[in-house]
Write a protein that binds this ligand. Sequence first.
Ligand SMILES: [Zn+2]
Length: 419
Amino acid sequence: MESITFDTECQSAKKAIVNKKDTDREEVNVLVKLLKKDGQTGVETQVPVAVDFSFTPGEDNVAESDSFQSLGKKGDTNADYWKKNDKSVDFSVMNTSEGKTKARSKTKTDGGDKSKAYIDFLPSGVGGDTFTLKATVYKDGTETEDCSQESGELTVWRETKFNLYEMTGESHIANNKDHIQGRFDNAFGKCKLGEVATVQNNVKYIGLYQVDWNVTQQKQSAETPTPQEIRDAARLWNDDRRKKARSQITQKAQAWVDRIEGEYGSAKNNWKTGNLIADDSVVGIQYLHPKFNPSSGANAAQTSQWSEFGWLVINAPLGGGSKHPDGAWTMKNSMGIDTDIAGISYTSAERVSFVTKVRSDRARAVMTHEIGHASGFYFKRKKFGSGDDHSTHGLMAPQGPESHDEFTSSEIEILKGMN
Ligand SMILES: [Zn+2]
C-alpha cells in the first residue's frame, strides 16, 4: 500500500498559465510514499514506481472546432496533453479511445527528487478551460488501483506581460495600473504589469521630439503649388484645367501630410530609443503630435499652409479619413468635435504602446485597448476585426475607449481564444 501526493502547487485550485498551445507546460510532480509496516507513516520508495497520469476535462471546455486555430482540445484526438519533463523516468504516452490522454512516468530512485514522478501537462489554450489531474499507482502487474490522488482544478489563463513607464509629472498610468487586471478577468487574461518607471525626458509631443514644428510644417518646394496651378484651380467648374490643377495640388498636399507623418514616426521612435524604453511596454506620455492631439492646446492642430484651398481634401494618417490638411487629422466624435488619438500601439515585435494624457477613466480604457491589441503577440487569437485589429463596436473599436470601459462579450470570446 502506498500513499501518493501531488506537489503543493497542484493540490489546490490554481491558474494554469499558458501562452501558446503546446509551448507552455505545467510541471507536475507527485510524491509516492510506501506505508511502513506499522501502517501509519509513509516512507519514500527506493524502487521505481510507475505512476499513471490522466485527467478529467471540465464539462464546459471548448471544442477544438469552436476555438481559434485548434486552441481548444475537446474532441481533438490528435492533441498532446503530456510531455516528457527533464526529470521524467521511462516516460510514455498511452493511446486511448479519446486520444493521447494518459501517460506514465516512474519515480526517481535517488537524489533530492527521490520517490517523485515528474511529467509536463499541456492544457488547452482556451482561457477558462479546466482540468483536474489524477495520478494512479497500480498494484504490481495488475489493473487494480493501489492508490490514487486528484489534483485541484487547473484553470487556463492566458498571460501578457508589460513594463510600465510614465513621464515625470504624469500619473495616468500609475493611477490606472491596478484597474487593468479587472478588465481582463472575464477573458481569463492574466496581465502582468511591472512597477511604473519614471522617464525623465518629458516632452509635450513625442512626435515632435528634436523637431521644430514651426519649420517642419512649412511646405517644401516639391509640395508647393505653382502660380499656374493656383490660377487654374480657381477656374470655373467646367474648365478642364481646374480639375487637373486641383488634382496636382491635392497630390502635393498629400505629400506634405505624408512627410509630416513620417517625421512624426521617426521622432516617436527616437524618443523611445533615446529613453531606453524596453520592448513590451506601456508608456504614459503627454501627447503624440498636434495633428493627432487637437486638445493639447488652443488651435493646436491648426496650420495655415493650405488655407487658400478650401476645397482641398487629403487622406489623413492613422485612419483619420478625409480631412482638410490644415485641421486636425483625427476623427470627429458624435458631437462633431475633433477627437484625440489617446493611445497607439506599435504593430512591430517591439510591442510598445503609448497612452496620452487623457481623463483618468479614459486612460484606463485606452490602456486596456492597447494591451488588447498587444495581446495578439502573446497568444493566438482571432483579430478583433478585419484589417487593423479593431472591433466595429466595443472597447476595441477605434474610438471604443471613449464610450466603453469594459470588453464586450464578443471581444471576451476572442480574447479567450474562441473562433
Ligand atoms: Zn486601436
